[in-house]
Design a protein around this ligand. Sequence first.
Ligand SMILES: *Cc1c(COP(=O)(O)O)cnc(C)c1O
Length: 408
Amino acid sequence: MALINENYLKLQAGYLFPEIGRRVREFAAANPDKKIIRMGIGDVTRPLVPSVVKAFHEGVEEMGSAATFKGYGPEQGYEFLREAIAKNDYQARGIDISADDIFVSDGSKCDTGNIQEIFGHDNKIAICDPVYPVYADTTVMSGKTGVCQPNGYFEGIIYMPCTEANGFIPELPDERPDLIFLCFPNNPTGTVATKEELQKWVDYARANNSIILYDAAYEAFIVDPEIPHSIYEIEGAKDVAIEFRSFSKTAGFTGTRCAFTVVPSEVKAFDRNGNALPVKPLWMRRQTTKFNGVSYPVQKAAAAIYTEQGKKEVKEVIEYYLENARIMRESLSAAGYTVYGGENAPYVWVKTNGYASWDFFDKLLTEANVVGTPGSGFGPAGEGYFRFSAFADRENVLEAMERIKKLS
Ligand SMILES: *Cc1c(COP(=O)(O)O)cnc(C)c1O
């Protein structure tokens, strides 16, 4: 008899985005004349930049010629890409990370989920509330939790509420976690963490033999020079942190698929006898066994982001989205809403003025024909908030803001 992994049954049936899709489809079917503006799902809208497209094409041509054809690539990723990443994203910022520490993958979603495999089953996981749902859901799938309680929290996870009162930056938990997921700039709140705040976490991880799993998917949106782009800008982090980065939001790769994870040799976890062992060989083993790399043309396209021209083109796209975010912040504030984020991040986090998140979603959909994301979908502490995504076309942003202004 084939038994299922019952941990999957603990997950709530309606994942956030399918539920949004369902409500929007229903409304659209009943109101075919209404022009709906979608600012809900955090997916990019601008095309790949010319430098990336050119390199992508060249990669395909190479694959089509006997002299330059490539089969399986190096499992950790091609050296040309790992070198470009190490040099531009780290060494240029004075961070001592080498190409050897970098593992190229097909996405940070997969990596943040898969990373738990190399850690013991008894580890306690700390997760922010609200946050990107993947950390909690994959923890549940792995069997490390009990059921979901009436308050929306899974038994066995240490939740760290991020609220208006703490500026959406988690406080150190009372219970000691083994693995700590942090995400800055944050999805969904759009908040960033200062050096001092991150130093507090690194010091805590060092004192408690914990490991920080740092998701920096939105680092490219940081414009404030005081805000760190990498956890490794923090003293001591190289011993206790794994960092996840993705080209998805940085360079419009959500449909192209390329990301990377940084696992420094210094990061160690313990065996049953209390011996500290490096985790990098385990991640290497995991990837070489269960993953066969990202396609050559895609890695070649990703490397083009690091050329002079590529950097310039990508920066323009990021500035476009940040300008959207600025317009949204200003318009929503002027319309009487309290807004957070959107300055070093593509998300604006808005208080719903007394509405429950899903009620606000329905009101916005039916009265303004604008789609956003209910904050409660990211965790119980997101109730009463709403996420607007700056990944949209300018004219849609302007029209959506105009409609919301009339609404209030
Ligand atoms: C979009 C996003 C990612 C990127 O995932 P990919 O699988 O690389 O597309 C990672 N983390 C967060 C928080 C995100 O919002």
